[in-house]
Each structure stands twice: as C-alpha cells, then as structure tokens.
Design a protein around this ligand. Structure first.
Ligand code: ADP
Ligand code: ASP
Ligand code: MG
Length: 408
C-alpha cells in the first residue's frame, strides 16, 4: 500500500462536473489499494476575481491590508476542498476537508507570499489511517492565528510540502496540460512533452517563468526528495516525471525554453566610476525588498563614468524608481530611463555544461528574426536575454526551432 498525494489545479475543479471527475480519479487510486491525500486549487478564475475585489478597495500598502488580502484570496480553496469531499462522500467514499489551519500548515508572516515553516501531519495521517480521504485546501496556511497564502500558484507547494511531511510515495500534480513541455504549449504548437526532466532544470524553468509548477514546489521536492509527476486529469496518459540527472540517458543541448513578461528595465547613465556606487544603488532596492535580476554595467570610453542597467519585476517598478530616487544624491547619475515593455526569454538545459556554442546559436536565431538583445545573463544551465516584449512569442518560437526541440 502506497501513500499518494494528488493535486488538482483550477481547471480540474472548475465546475461540479469536473469535481465529480476528480472524485473518480481519486477513487482509481484508492482502488489500487493506496491511501490518498488530495490538495485542491480554487476553481479557475476565482482567485483572480478575488484579487480584483481586493485591488478595488486597497492599494495594499500595509501588512494589515495584506493580512486581509490573504483572508479573501484564500477562500476559493476552502470552497473546492469542501465540494470535493462532498463529491467523494456521494460516491460512498469517506472523506473530509482540511483548511490550512486545521492541518496545521504553519507559515512565516509574509502575507501574500508566505513560506511554509512547519506542517503537523498527525491529523491527516489519522484521517488516512481510518480509511478516509483527506481533501486539503491548497495555497493557504496559518501564522499566529491568521490566514496566510503561499503566493500565486501556491497549491503546487502545498501539495509537495504535504507529500514531504506525510513521507508520501509520490506527489501527482494534475493540471490542464498533460505534462511539462519543451516550452509553453500554448505558444508553440510543436512543443513536445518531456517524459522526464531533472529537478534542476524544472527549478530553472519555473523560476524563469514557466508557471506549470510554482518555483518553491520544485525547490521543496528537490530538498525533500519528493517524487513528483505532472499529468492531466482529463485523460489516462503518462505525464512528466521529475528525476535526478543520472536518470537522463541522452542529454540534448537544451531541454526547454521559458519566458517571463513580468520584467521591467531601469537604466542609469553616467554614474561616477568610483568604488561604492553599486552598493549605494542596490542597497535601497534590497531594503525595499525588491528582487533585482539581470544587471549590466558599462564604463564610458574615458573611464570616468558608468551606465548601469538592471531589471526588476514589473509590479515593483514604481517602488524601484522611488528607491533609486532615494539613492540619487549619492549616485549623481545624469539620466534615468525606465521601460515596462520588456520580456525575458531563457534557454535551459543541463546539456549546456557539456556542449559548446549554445549561446551563439541563441543569439544567431534571434538576430535572424531581427530581435535586438537588451541584456544577457547566464548561469551554468541557462542563458537569458531581455528583449522588447512584443517579440516574446516570435523569440520563443525561433529558439524552439533553432534548437530542434520539436524532435524527440
Ligand atoms: P494549474 O491551475 O493546474 O496550477 P497553471 O495554469 O498554473 O495550472 O499551469 C499550467 C500552465 O502552465 C499550462 O496551461 C501552460 O500554459 C503553462 N506552461 C508554461 N510553460 C509550460 C511548460 N514548459 N510545460 C507545460 N506547461 C507550461
Ligand atoms: N488558486 C491560487 C492561484 O490561482 C493557487 C493555485 O492555483 O495554485 O494562484
Ligand atoms: Mg498553477
């Protein structure tokens, strides 16, 4: 007998008929003799609607406001957890729902993007051992008696964390595509489903924008050695398995392509070329809790000044500009330019370690489409470029073709 955690995303629980379909999926796992804990998302579209209500009322500038944000946006999962438990009961399967606080799934106090601190698995274990299905509301936790949420897409992390806490044999993430593809199949028709992908590559793809799994869920799976599979709830076909690198027999040059439109670029010109200027610039940004991603610095010909370009999440641009303004007196830059219309496109693959010329292939493919590269950043298994946002899809398609990812 195995213990399985099944996670169902928003489209899988979008209406009552689909919730019944999920109950059938749960029953199939039970019929194999397994214990099952289920994690559910809100019905698709519901969380966006709840966030919309909150935004109409509040600019969310205080922690007290963010606490209420979490109170509101966590509610979608409460509904689906109860509905799925009811659907199971109606099929004669004993089941009960759990909210985050009932587990308890404890988090830190970062409302809106809380991190899991601890999960008490005892009550869920008792439920499973008594022959019942535990249906857990994803995305939500508790901190000092207040509801918290884990950031958008956080149900994936709820599921993997629960699987780790329960020492589950497997965590199955059911979503609206039938696995992890070479790139977003909604953008590239020829995207190919991967039978396996390494944890490391999945972590990069997720953090570079592929929202099929929340980044923290992959981190958690890696750290706690959780066996994760991504698959569809709409058909009985194999999905994608997350594996360690030694389980990949043939390494391709690159494995996948991700893109993110949540980027903004800031350029400061003619900052004095003396020690301490980068610290003076990035200090206030760090204090404001703004994640700076790509950075380039160019020294002017005479060596007296430098231009610095860096990127931040689009939603943080205004706060970033305010922080730069604060540092302005010390930096004495000549001008500042901000650009919201940029996107980051990245190629990812462990094969980059052993193949040469990969970045060149990337740059040539973009040049052939007349796409200008604004910033480049690289690490061991990825290369990212910043480009004008309007060329995002063109760039992803061109790179997919250049690296022949449609071929197995
Ligand atoms: P869920 O509601 O099940 O959590 P999400 O919308 O969060 O589903 O994630 C699934 C979506 O991720 C897919 O519909 C797809 O458009 C997108 N996606 C982006 N990159 C990839 C990729 N490489 N492979 C599969 N899906 C991807
Ligand atoms: N419902 C939440 C969201 O839309 C969490 C999730 O779906 O994973 O972000
Ligand atoms: Mg998701």
């Amino acid at each position: 007998m195995a213990l399985i955690v099944q996670k169902f995303g928003g489209t899988s629980v979008a209406n009552i008929e689909r919730i019944r379909n999920v109950a059938i999926k749960v029953k199939k796992e039970l019929d194999l003799g397994n214990k099952v804990a289920v994690v559910v998302s809100a019905m698709s579209g519901v969380t966006n609607q709840l966030v919309g209500y909150v935004n109409e009322l509040s600019p969310l500038e205080t922690s007290a406001a963010w606490a209420e944000y979490d109170q509101v946006v966590s509610s979608g999962e409460q509904v689906t957890s109860g509905l799925l438990a009811l659907a199971l009961q109606e099929m004669g399967i004993p089941a009960r729902s759990f909210s985050g606080w009932q587990i308890p799934l404890e988090t830190d106090s970062a409302y809106g993007k809380a991190r899991i601190a601890n999960i008490g698995p005892d009550d869920v274990h008792k439920t499973l051992n008594s022959g019942m299905v535990a249906v857990v509301a994803g995305f939500q936790g508790i901190h000092n008696g207040r509801v918290t949420t884990l950031g958008r897409g956080g149900s994936d992390t709820s599921a993997v964390a629960l699987a780790a806490a329960l020492k589950a044999d497997r965590c199955d993430i059911y979503t609206d595509v039938d696995g992890v593809y070479t790139t977003d199949p909604r953008i590239v028709e020829g995207a190919r489903k991967l039978e396996k992908i390494t944890y490391e590559e999945m972590l990069e793809l997720a953090s570079l924008g592929a929202k099929v799994l929340q980044t923290r869920s992959v981190e958690m799976a890696m750290n706690h050695r959780v066996v994760v599979q991504v698959l569809t709830s709409f058909a009985d076909i194999p999905g994608t398995l997350l594996v360690n690198e030694e389980n990949i027999v043939e390494q391709k040059r690159i494995t996948g392509i991700a893109y993110s439109r949540d980027e903004a670029r800031i350029t400061l010109t003619e900052i004095a070329n003396i020690p301490g200027m980068s610290a003076a610039l990035f200090g206030p940004l760090a204090e404001a809790n703004i994640n700076v991603d790509m950075i380039v610095q160019n020294v002017t010909e005479d060596g007296h000044a430098t231009d610095i370009t860096f990127t931040v999440p689009k939603s943080d641009l205004d706060r970033a500009l305010a922080a730069v303004d604060k540092a302005g007196a010390k930096l004495k830059f000549k001008s500042i330019h901000a650009d919201r219309n940029v996107a980051k496109v990245s190629i990812v693959g462990v094969g980059m370690r052993s193949h040469a010329g990969i970045a060149l292939t990337m740059f040539r493919a973009l040049a052939d489409k007349n796409i200008n590269i604004l910033v480049i950043s690289t690490s061991e298994i990825k290369t990212s470029v910043l480009i004008a946002e309007e060329y995002t899809e063109l760039a992803v398609r061109a790179l997919h073709a250049a690296f022949e990812l449609e071929k197995a």
